[in-house]
Design a protein around this ligand. Structure first.
Ligand SMILES: CC(=O)N[C@H](C=O)[C@@H](O)[C@H](O)[C@H](O)COP(=O)(O)O
Length: 232
């Protein structure tokens, strides 16, 4: 099913204010890692009131964009260490070409494998007609990403880069610090485990929230329950 888009890139940031973005991803080897399955997850997220879908890899981005009348925040994970979320300009342009309204990319201060700067990635994605979500791990990275033209700054990588706080819940301190420091919409993402976590993120200044595991990852959720039982 192909649907007609009811949003445009220019009105997207305002349209996402206060909303829930559902990340529909599955790690390598997971039974859910199947394009049709991920599209069904995205349709469920839409039916439940999600305002946008975050999705990984060109094939899935294209399939979700065709099936669901919500903007897609696309990324392309390549590897799982260092800079792996949309690491190069080539990855970013492929995700824009696949139909993402927003391209999410690593905006940490680590060197990118193609030697590009984050600013160059932003310029290329904007020229392709999409917006950019900067996935950061610190306040300084978020401030730099905003200055380099990011349309959203997300706390995605806090807790996943050495030296950043390791916690079981979201990094609400980073959310609040970013919201106070930049005019670009701040996205709370990473370990938002409950509706209360999501509401707390908005209260701390987040423009919108991304939830993945707590909604779309039955393997990880099952493992959490199993681990809980062993503590009995
Ligand atoms: C660190 C990293 O690679 N994060 C990825 C980014 O797309 C995804 O694996 C996360 O599921 C996503 O950020 C949502 O977070 P959570 O699943 O905790 O709600």
């Amino acid at each position: 099913m192909t649907t007609q888009q009811t949003w445009t890139a220019s009105d997207l940031p305002a349209g996402l204010r206060g909303s829930l973005i559902v990340s529909c991803q599955a790690p390598p080897g997971d039974p859910m890692r199947d394009t049709g399955t991920l599209v069904r997850l995205a349709r469920s997220a839409a039916a439940g009131g999600g305002a946008a879908i975050r999705a990984n890899e060109p094939e899935v981005v294209a399939a979700v964009a065709a099936a669901v009348d919500l903007p897609v925040i696309g990324l392309w994970k390549d590897g799982d260490t260092g800079v792996y979320i949309t690491p190069t300009v080539r990855h970013a342009l492929a995700i824009a070409e696949a139909g993402a309204a927003v391209v999410a990319a690593d905006a940490t201060d680590r060197p990118r494998p193609d030697g590009s700067t984050f600013a160059e990635l932003v310029t290329a994605v904007h020229a392709a007609g999409a917006l950019v979500m900067a996935d950061v791990s610190t306040l300084a990275e978020g401030v730099a990403a905003a200055a380099q033209g990011a349309d959203f700054v997300s706390t995605t990588l806090s807790g996943y880069v050495p030296g950043t706080p390791q916690q079981t819940g979201p990094d609400l301190t980073l959310v609040a610090d970013l919201a106070a420091a930049i005019d670009v919409p701040v996205v709370a993402e990473g370990r938002i485990n409950t509706p209360e976590d999501a509401a707390a993120a908005l209260a701390r200044g987040a423009h919108c929230v991304v939830v993945g595991t707590a909604i779309t990852a039955p393997t990880a959720l099952t493992a959490r329950f199993v681990a809980g039982l062993t503590q009995h």
